[in-house]
Design a binder for this molecule. Structure first.
Ligand SMILES: NC(=O)c1ccc[n+]([C@@H]2O[C@H](COP(=O)([O-])OP(=O)(O)OC[C@H]3O[C@@H](n4cnc5c(N)ncnc54)[C@H](OP(=O)(O)O)[C@@H]3O)[C@@H](O)[C@H]2O)c1
Length: 292
């Protein structure tokens, strides 16, 4: 057991060296230039999804952008079309059960082939589970797990058939340990990590890559919606959405199975993997607690 953990640790240590080395370099804009492939990004009206959309647009990928706010999506589309790409927007609440299939059918009807699927839309809610409204609990499961899984299931077969495609599922450093006071969110992200790593393995000879991308605390609208702006985790410092998106962009284009954004987040994630479960849970509660 110990030997296995040491092997795992030294393997991940090699990976982090690559990460540190790469984050010191600036990426030339042409490195991931496309021959006009199409990328579907959920949650692209703001935050990390919007920053990812900007990176794909810069490298001339066509875009299909999805979120609930039609007006924000329209603004993003107008901005990104300046790169000479096609940008379609679909305003949809992906937490609604029929939404993923509706989105898939809409894309099919328009004859658009999706080369890259970015399952980024997600949210969390702070609070003790016993007091949390059922709607908030199920909403997180519906968006973070059900919609992500269904979209993967819908878009994957055509990628496998073409023997080409990329999927990136946005999890979180929350995926690596239980999260008291934000329990459902952490559990949904643990699902995303486990699911993504498993299907990446199944697809390893298929020509399709699956990337699980794990940001840590990031300055977006996420913390406000979750009610965790005053939690230690955000008070301790958060990364910019631009930097996080660049890490995610690089990870998906390089077909990495797992990428944690930020060296400090990578170290904490690995420590949580190795630490006794009770200790990791206690520390997780401490960082989630609110400070004045
Ligand atoms: N920010 C962080 O600290 C952090 C850390 C780790 C992981 N993450 C993960 O990163 C991903 C992106 O989060 P973010 O930080 O960029 O948050 P954000 O700023 O709140 O953006 C979330 C995006 O998802 C969309 N969205 C929310 N609910 C939706 C729904 N029901 N249907 C369709 N679209 C929906 C939002 O647009 P509309 O409101 O217009 O629908 C928005 O475009 C999430 O999966 C989150 O869990 C974030």
């Amino acid at each position: 057991m110990l030997k296995r953990r040491v092997c795992h640790f030294s393997r991940t240590l090699r990976e982090v060296r690559v990460l540190i080395f790469e984050s010191e370099k600036t990426i030339p804009s042409s490195r991931y230039n496309s021959s006009m492939s199409t990328v579907l990004i959920t949650g692209a009206s703001g935050g990390i999804g919007y920053e990812l959309a900007k990176l794909f647009a810069r490298d001339h990928h066509n875009l299909v952008l999805v979120a609930r706010s039609a007006d924000k999506l329209a603004q993003v589309a107008t901005e990104l079309q300046a790169h000479g790409i096609t940008v379609k927007t679909i305003a949809l609440d992906l937490a609604a059960p029929p939404a993923p299939k509706f989105l898939f059918d809409q894309v099919q009807r328009e004859g658009v082939i999706i080369d890259v699927l970015i399952n980024n839309a997600g949210f969390g809610i702070f609070g003790e589970f016993a007091q949390m409204p059922e709607q908030e609990i199920l909403g997180q499961i519906d968006l973070n797990i059900r919609a992500l899984t269904e979209l993967t299931r819908l878009f994957l077969p055509a990628m496998v058939k073409r023997r080409s495609g990329r999927i990136m599922n946005v999890a979180s450093t929350a995926a690596f340990q239980p999260g008291p006071l934000i329990a459902v969110y952490y559990a949904t992200k643990a699902y995303v990590l486990s699911f993504s790593e498993a299907i990446a393995n199944e697809l390893r000879h298929s020509g399709v890559t699956v990337t699980c991308f794990c940001p840590g605390a990031t300055h977006t609208d996420f913390a406000r919606r979750a009610g965790i702006e005053n939690s230690r985790i955000f008070k301790l410092g958060a990364m910019s959405a631009e930097k996080v998106a660049l890490d995610g962009y690089r990870a998906v284009m390089e077909g990495r199975t797992l990428a944690v954004s930020g060296v400090h987040n990578w170290v904490v994630a690995q420590a949580n993997r190795l630490a006794p479960r009770k200790m990791a849970t206690a520390v997780s509660r401490w960082v989630a607690e609110k400070v004045s």
